[in-house]
Design a protein around this ligand. Structure first.
Ligand code: B12
Ligand code: SF4
Ligand code: SF4
Length: 276
């Protein structure tokens, strides 16, 4: 396939993902992803530092992404989670959050569209977890040009700030990356994302570029190496115990028996994209 044709297919898939409900979409070429910070760092990080990890089903060592034979690029989609629609992020009655379900639906529609439109193009919607064949989603979104990593350690998009959730799909065609962006919203910012953190998670530098084979000092967790996932996870455990069993009537769901509302302070207090 010619380079021009590949770009045209890429643009069409991005357009269709948005048509099917994604808030934004882009392409990350796998050659670019392999050198991105999370992809370099995770295989080198010790197990003790793997909060949120689940058992590996890919047969690969911990932290290593299962690049599938023949796959060349990744379609990345976002779905905006505004402050007004907090329920999108909630674990209601222990079920997959509605926002995550929406992302899976959009991915499925794009997958069906590819199969019915492009002969020879193979696609594979990816699991959320790297342990189950997924990819590191924030870096993928950065390479796809959907935003940058902020000082809150989240993908910050120009339109919605960090208030988005992500999903991805492998493609067997070699489409060039549609990013990264040349943009830094965090420069000169007073960092309400960090000061609003209930656990003071960003209080000290705990990662050093010297401990990893190829990561610059500005590309560490939290950018400067201060994001401490273990302290953050203390808050997540508190949120699970709090279980706001308020038996609310929820739009698109009905009456809930239990709700887990995980902390989003570093996300909701970011100054970018407020109030959409
Ligand atoms: C495990 C996990 C957790 C764990 C551990 C978090 C962690 N960051 O290590 C816990 C439970 C603590 C957690 C907490 C949260 N999570 Co979480 N989590 C994940 C998961 C499954 C894997 C994350 C991971 O281990 N990444 C790899 C490591 C290496 O990344 P890292 O340590 O964060 O730091 C890297 C980046 O900052 C990046 N980086 C830094 N500078 C630069 C520069 C460039 C150019 C690039 C490319 C990258 C880059 O490289 C770093 C390595 O230095 C992802 C889903 C996925 N499949 O990716 C969701 C995910 C990252 N989580 C998400 C969210 C929203 C949250 C929370 C707000 C909780 C909530 N309400 O959902 C908090 C936010 C904490 C924070 N400020 O980062 C979203 C992020 C959306 C966004 N806008 O970025 C994701 C993508 C899931 C989703 N549904 O879309 N999470
Ligand atoms: S999710 Fe909450 S506890 Fe974790 S870093 Fe963000 S504000 Fe802090
Ligand atoms: S609040 Fe400011 S420093 Fe924090 S992520 Fe948003 S723009 Fe960056």
């Amino acid at each position: 396939m010619l380079k021009k044709d590949l770009r045209t297919i890429g643009s069409d898939l991005i357009h269709m993902a948005i048509e099917f409900g994604a808030s934004s979409a882009g392409i990350a070429n796998i050659k670019d992803l392999k050198g991105a910070p999370s992809f370099v760092m995770m295989p080198e990080r010790p197990h003790i530092d793997r909060v949120g990890a689940i058992p590996y089903e890919t047969g690969l060592p911990e932290g290593v992404v299962a690049w599938e034979e023949g796959m060349k690029s990744v379609l990345v989609i976002t779905y905006a989670h505004s402050e007004k629609e907090k329920h999108l992020d909630w674990w209601i009655d222990e079920k997959n959050p509605l926002g995550n379900k929406k992302l899976m639906e959009i991915n499925k529609r794009v997958y069906d569209y590819i199969n019915s439109t492009y002969k020879g193009v193979m696609a594979k919607p990816l699991n959320y977890y790297v342990e189950k064949g997924g990819v590191w989603l924030k870096d993928s979104a950065v390479i796809a040009g959907l935003g940058v990593i902020g000082k809150n350690n989240l993908l910050v998009t120009p339109q919605y700030g960090p208030r988005v959730r992500l999903r991805a799909m492998f493609l067997n065609i070699d489409i060039p990356s549609t990013g990264p962006l040349n943009w830094d919203p965090c420069e000169n910012c007073a960092m309400p994302c960090r000061t609003s953190c209930p656990q003071n998670v960003f209080s000290e530098k705990i990662y050093s570029e010297k401990d990893y084979s190829n990561i610059s000092e500005n590309n560490l967790p939290g950018r400067d190496g201060t994001y401490n996932l273990k302290t953050c996870d203390i808050q997540m455990q508190k949120d699970e115990e709090a279980d706001n069993a308020s038996k609310l009537e929820i739009e698109g769901y009905g009456r809930a028996e239990s709700i887990i509302d995980y902390c989003r302070n570093c996300e909701l207090n970011c100054l970018v994209g407020r109030g959409f």
